[in-house]
Structures are given as structure tokens and as C-alpha cells.
Design a protein around this ligand. Structure first.
Ligand SMILES: Cc1cc2nc3c(=O)[nH]c(=O)nc-3n(C[C@H](O)[C@H](O)[C@H](O)COP(=O)(O)OP(=O)(O)OC[C@H]3O[C@@H](n4cnc5c(N)ncnc54)[C@H](O)[C@@H]3O)c2cc1C
Length: 184
């Protein structure tokens, strides 16, 4: 993942639990400007290098390219399987609605039209099952396999989905979802 600031491609390095690429980027920008007095490209580059040498959280890349369809797919599936892994055993009505809505939104806004259109058909044939964590993660594994098959890929054994995409390893279960109150 990368972000552009002042013509420098920056990549977040190491460590879990950072508070977001853009937020960190903005802070890095602030630090660089503090050091250089701001504005000047040469000064900005110098400041960025100093920040790197000082062991802060960015490395410089020579180039950064837009996501490929495959990278986008891998990132999206990782997010979806992580959501399913963290999904509560006993979701609230709102959480069930959110799960369905998330999939419906993906089928409309996923930034690859061919994929979004295909996913719409997949959802029509396989309505979301989100009655529990197990149900949701198995359903997601199944629809991922539907997509895999359509692309001529191997299917994944869904009995192994928890081994591949287990709950996040967060201290004191801080990543566990709380029940969300009804919004409607
Ligand atoms: C909603 C959606 C629709 C898409 N539609 C299209 C499309 O129409 N055309 C297109 O070209 N691309 C599409 N893609 C992208 C495509 O599915 C792949 O993500 C991409 O081709 C990269 O594939 P990959 O082999 O690296 O593994 P991915 O399919 O991205 O999977 C990532 C990892 O998940 C694991 N995995 C694989 N299958 C499963 C499963 N069933 N359950 C759990 N874990 C699994 C494996 O460890 C795998 O390495 C879509 C992506 C999404 C999210």
C-alpha cells in the first residue's frame, strides 16, 4: 500500500495496529514541514529521508502503481473473510442487515464492473446467510468458491476456513465486535 505526499511515494512499514495510512501520512507531512519550513520540494524530500533515517514508519519507493484487478480482489477477499471471522456468533438484527447490505453495496460499487456484475448474479443465486459467525463465514467461503470456479481457479475447502481466516489476534479480544443497536 502506498500514498503520495509531496511527490514521494510512501509505504507504511512493519507493525500492526497503526491508525491508518492516510492519518499517518498526514502526520508525516506535518513533521516534514516542521523540519523544512514547508513548501520546497527539495526540502520535503530531505525531510522525508530524515524521517526514514530516524526510524519512523515510512520507506521510500522508486515507483508506485495502481492496484491490479487481482490485488484488489485479494485485498477485498481478505477484508471480507476477516469480517466474517470476527462476526458475532449471535449477531444483532442490525449486524445481520449490515452483512447483507455490505454484500449488496459491493455488488454495486466494487471498482471492477465485470466483477461487480458477476457478483450481483452470484448473490442472486446465493442469498447472504448471516445468522451466525459460522453461517456467514461458510456462506462467504462458498461464494468465493463460486467466483473461483468461474475464473478457472481451484476451490478452497470450506472446512478449513477458520484455519485460514481465524479471528484477529488482538490483545484482550479488543477486536471483537460489540452488538450494534438497531439503526432502523
Ligand atoms: C466480490 C468479488 C468478485 C470478483 N469477481 C471477479 C471477476 O468477475 N473476474 C475477475 O477476474 N476477478 C474477480 N475478482 C477477483 C478474484 O476473485 C481474485 O481475487 C483475483 O483473481 C486474485 O486471485 P488469487 O488467486 O490471488 O486469490 P483470491 O481469490 O483473491 O483469494 C485470496 C486468498 O483467499 C484464500 N481463498 C481462496 N478461496 C477461498 C474461499 N473460497 N474461502 C476462503 N478463502 C479462500 C486463498 O488463501 C487465497 O490465496 C473478484 C473479487 C471479489 C472480491
Amino acid at each position: 500500500m502506498g500514498s503520495w505526499w509531496g511527490g514521494v511515494s510512501a509505504t507504511k512499514q512493519g507493525g500492526r495496529g497503526g491508525d491508518g495510512l492516510r492519518g499517518d501520512g498526514v502526520r508525516a507531512w506535518g513533521r516534514v514541514n516542521e523540519r523544512t519550513g514547508g513548501g520546497c520540494k527539495g526540502g520535503l524530500l530531505k525531510g522525508a529521508k530524515e524521517a526514514l533515517q530516524a526510524g519512523r514508519i515510512w520507506t521510500l519507493e522508486k515507483s508506485a502503481t495502481p492496484l491490479t484487478k487481482e490485488e484488489l480482489g485479494r485485498g477485498t477477499w481478505a477484508l471480507l473473510h476477516a469480517i466474517a471471522a470476527q462476526y458475532p456468533d449471535q449477531p444483532t438484527r442490525q449486524q445481520k442487515r449490515d452483512a447483507k447490505e455490505l454484500m449488496a453495496i459491493l455488488s454495486r460499487l466494487y471498482p471492477c464492473k465485470e466483477c461487480a456484475d458477476h457478483f450481483k448474479d452470484v448473490l442472486k443465486a446465493n442469498p447472504v446467510h448471516a445468522g451466525s459467525q459460522a453461517e456467514f463465514s461458510q456462506w462467504l467461503c462458498h461464494v468465493h468458491n463460486v467466483v473461483n470456479r468461474s475464473l478457472g481457479k481451484l476451490t478452497f475447502p470450506c472446512q478449513r476456513v477458520n484455519a485460514r481466516w481465524g479471528k484477529l489476534d488482538c490483545k484482550d479480544r479488543a477486536c471483537d465486535l460489540q452488538g450494534t443497536p438497531d439503526l432502523k
